[in-house]
Design a protein around this ligand. Structure first.
Ligand code: R2B
Ligand code: URA
Length: 296
């Protein structure tokens, strides 16, 4: 792991005990008993919805002799559960929300591994989510190879020196292949490809059914065809940031697995029934569990 991007200035003081880290949005601090109990952390599974993360934790616990499930006390922002080495956390919708969950969880991971690079790098990170497909039928599970923004450029943020810091949005391809291999008999369609992370469900995904509409039908179709030709297979709202931050710390194992809810080449509205949506949400979870079983 190349840890050039780790904020040692702050985080090493927390390990040395000269500082307590308040993971404000998670509702715990590095001095809490609950956090001390996470020293066996081996994987962090993120997803947009709290109830889905709670379900995943129950399933993982049931597979591991009903291992106890530790619930983080604060649930106003994110729902977090820990069981049998795996932390399941919701991240809300969009990169601003998910980046808060991810940065606080990365700090927490650093603390519970005492900043040991090998222990840190043994942690697997994944986002399990939903997305709009591009040229794929609804219900396809897409494993992302790279997260880009709606302009097909990487995630970037102001760097404090008057410019932008450009991040690396690639996902490790060995993990993409291993997830596909672990699911070779899964019984539902799977694909891999680049993923657009948009800053809005409507405008930046070129939907024509938002309250605000900036694009014409032609703009929308030419954007969809352009991103498809560039290897994009699905559209969601967090992946470019997720890969960017995890690459900044040099993690070697992380992934994003999202089910498509519709094919954007056919329309904008999500019209699947609640039963279909539930089944689609489960598929991405099943795909990541199949991989988790091979590594934990
Ligand atoms: C996928 O689905 C959510 C929007 O409906 C968003 O969080 C995402 O990335
Ligand atoms: N999530 C998104 O961000 N876009 C979609 O089209 C579906 C789910």
């Amino acid at each position: 792991m190349d840890h050039a991007g780790i904020n040692h200035e702050f985080l090493d003081g927390v390990i040395a005990g000269t500082e307590v880290d308040a993971y404000y949005h998670l509702g715990v601090t590095s001095a809490d008993e609950l956090v001390q109990g996470l020293r066996g952390l081996r994987a962090v599974i993120l997803g947009g919805s709290g109830p889905r993360m709670d379900d995943f934790a129950r399933l993982w616990s049931a597979e591991h002799d009903d291992a106890p499930i530790v619930a983080f006390p604060k649930e106003e922002r994110f729902v977090i559960r820990y069981t049998a080495g795996v932390l399941f956390a919701s991240h809300g919708m969009g990169m601003p929300s998910a980046s808060i969950a991810l940065q606080e969880l990365m700090r927490l991971a650093y603390f519970v591994t005492d900043g040991d690079p090998d222990a840190l790098d043994r942690i697997f990170w994944a986002r399990v989510g939903t997305s709009g497909g591009v040229g794929l039928p609804a219900g396809t599970v897409v494993v992302s190879t790279e997260g880009v923004m709606a302009d097909l450029e990487p995630y970037r943020l102001l760097d404090g020196a008057g410019g932008y810091h450009w991040f690396d949005g690639h996902f490790p391809l060995e993990v993409v292949d291993a997830i596909l291999a672990a699911n070779s008999a899964c019984g539902f369609p799977m694909a891999s490809g680049r993923t657009v992370a948009a800053n809005d469900f409507f405008v930046e995904q070129f939907r024509l059914d938002g309250a605000i509409r900036l694009a014409t039908v032609d703009d929308k179709m030419s954007w969809l065809h352009r991103i498809h030709a560039a290897g994009v297979r699905n559209i969601e709202m967090e992946g470019a940031m997720l890969a960017a931050y995890l690459n900044t710390w040099g993690f070697s194992r992380f992934a994003m697995v999202c089910t498509t809810l519709l094919d954007r080449l056919d329309g904008d509205q999500v019209t699947s029934t609640p039963e279909q949506l539930h089944e689609y949400g489960e598929r991405a979870g099943r795909a990541i569990f199949a991989y988790l079983r091979t590594i934990l």
